[in-house]
Each structure stands twice: as structure tokens, then as C-alpha cells.
Design a protein around this ligand. Structure first.
Ligand SMILES: O=C(O)c1ccccc1NCC(=O)[C@H](O)[C@H](O)COP(=O)(O)O
Length: 261
């Protein structure tokens, strides 16, 4: 039986094929080269985590599991609020079909702040890495469950070639082993099962001990309070990716500060 992740990936492959056909490689390359250099994503996270918590704050309008999250969605003001509240980095969802995201949200959010920004999307082709740089992204996401080993390596090589950071997302021990065969030492554990949307912090707790020395380890999804972060910190986790819990707040800046300030 096909899962939501399978469905998303099938759609993404079609969308990417259409975008590749509509945009010449040289045009996308020229746009990527015209961008200012990538802002150090992992470095910003490590710097905040050294004296507190490193937060990747997500600009997230909607999701397959929760539907519409924020009606008065405004990527520029959300990005500014996240920065003012003490986030280390931003994550911007650019998938339109399932998350109501858009590339223009990343462009606008990044221009409004000085924080590094990860393009949160489903990478299925190295061409998307170039496209991500062309819209200004500083980092990309590799979801291990979505790719074969050779595809992951190819996508990672494309990102490294553009001086971008790569967040490698895993959900279990087998995926962690595959992630560690890559070069990136920025590893995220998604507490959300992308097949059935169930959330368990046990995923993070099981895998934090598998992260090698010097690795930047990020707990992702389902985190709703400072207490959640403090409980994770007791087990050695200092970096977090949070979307919905912050996006639902009336005062996003204050909520971000309460979470990591
Ligand atoms: O959020 C979803 O419903 C989802 C469904 C299928 C694939 C990915 C999905 N989310 C992407 C993410 O990784 C989260 O947006 C991110 O970790 C933040 O999670 P949260 O704090 O729970 O919004």
C-alpha cells in the first residue's frame, strides 16, 4: 500500500520534470551564481547551541497531517519574528501541493532577515539543489526514506559543490546508518513517521546515542513547549526544528523567545 510519502514523492518527480523542461539549465545556473554566498546554516545552529538551544524555526502554512495551520500567513513577518525571538536558522516549506508552500516565500523570508535558511522540500533530483541555490537557499534537506544511497550522494555532492549545508533526516537506526555514509554531519531525527504521521520523541531518544562525536544533532517535529526541549536537553539534544507549535501562536516572537530565549 502506498504511503503519504510515496504520494508526495510521485507528485514531486512529475513537478520537477516539468520545471526542468520549462527552465534551461544555463538560466538556473546564472541565477544561482548571481546569489550572495550561502549563509552558514550548521555554523549558526552550533553557535546558538553552544550557549543555549539552536532553533530552526519553520515557516509553515499547512501540512498533510494538520491541514491549514495559519490563516494570516505572512512569511516576511514570521521570519522577522523568528529572528527577533532568538531562532538560529529558518526553514521554509516550498512544496505547494501538500504544504501550500512556495519558492517566493523563501525568497521573501530570507531577504527580510540575516538568518540562514533551509529549503524544506522533497529532493528527488540534484537539479533541485541548483534551483534551491537559485532562489537563495543556504541549505537543503535530504530525507533518507525518500532516496536510494546513490541518489543521496549525488544530491549531497551537488549541495557541497555550491557550498550549501545539508540536513540529513532519518527516522530509525537503519536510516541513521545510511545517513552516516554521507559526508554531512548535520543529522535530523524526525519524530514524525512520514508514513502514518504518528509522533514519538522515542525516535530522538533512540538515535541520539548513535550520532558520532562532532555531529550536529537536531530533533524535528511534534515539539510544542520549552519543557519538551528541556527534557530532550537532559538527553544531550540541543538543536530543534519546530513549525506548527510556533506558527499557531498569536505572538510568534514572544513564543519563540519563550521556547529558546
Ligand atoms: O508535517 C507534516 O504533516 C509532514 C507530512 C509529511 C511529510 C513531512 C511533514 N512535515 C515536514 C516536517 O519535517 C515538519 O514540518 C517539521 O519537522 C516541523 O514539524 P512540526 O513542528 O511538528 O510542525
Amino acid at each position: 500500500m502506498s504511503t503519504m510519502l510515496d504520494t508526495i514523492l510521485e507528485t514531486k518527480r512529475d513537478e520537477v520534470a516539468a520545471r526542468k523542461a520549462a527552465n534551461s539549465l544555463s538560466d538556473v545556473q546564472a541565477l544561482a551564481m548571481a546569489q550572495t554566498p550561502p549563509r552558514g546554516f550548521r555554523a549558526a545552529l552550533d553557535a546558538k547551541a553552544a550557549s543555549g538551544y539552536g532553533l530552526i524555526a519553520e515557516v509553515k502554512k499547512a501540512s498533510p497531517s494538520r491541514g491549514l495551520i495559519r490563516t494570516d500567513f505572512n512569511p516576511v513577518s514570521h521570519a522577522r519574528d523568528y529572528q527577533a525571538g532568538g531562532a538560529a536558522c529558518l526553514s521554509v516549506l516550498t512544496d505547494l501541493t501538500y504544504f501550500q508552500g512556495h519558492e517566493s516565500y523563501l525568497v521573501a523570508a530570507r531577504a527580510a532577515v540575516t538568518l540562514p535558511v533551509i529549503r524544506k522540500d522533497f529532493m528527488v533530483d540534484p537539479w533541485q539543489v541548483l534551483e534551491s541555490r537559485a532562489i537563495g537557499a543556504d541549505a537543503i534537506l535530504i530525507i533518507v526514506a525518500a532516496l536510494e544511497d546513490a541518489q543521496m550522494a549525488e544530491i549531497e555532492d551537488a549541495a557541497i559543490g555550491l557550498d550549501m549545508d545539508v540536513l540529513v533526516e532519518v527516522h530509525d537506526e537503519a536510516e541513521m546508518e545510511r545517513a552516516l555514509a554521507l559526508q554531512s554531519r548535520l543529522i535530523g531525527v524526525n519524530n514524525r513517521n512520514l508514513k502514518d504521521f504518528s509522533v514519538s520523541f522515542d525516535r530522538t531518544y533512540e538515535l541520539v546515542g548513535r550520532a558520532p562525536q562532532g555531529c550536529t544533532f537536531v530533533a524535528e517535529s511534534g515539539l510544542t513547549s520549552r519543557e519538551d526541549l528541556d527534557a530532550m536537553a537532559e538527553r544531550g539534544v540541543r538543536c530543534f526544528l519546530i513549525g506548527e507549535a510556533l506558527m499557531r501562536q498569536a505572538d510568534i516572537e514572544a513564543a519563540t523567545r519563550a521556547m529558546v530565549g
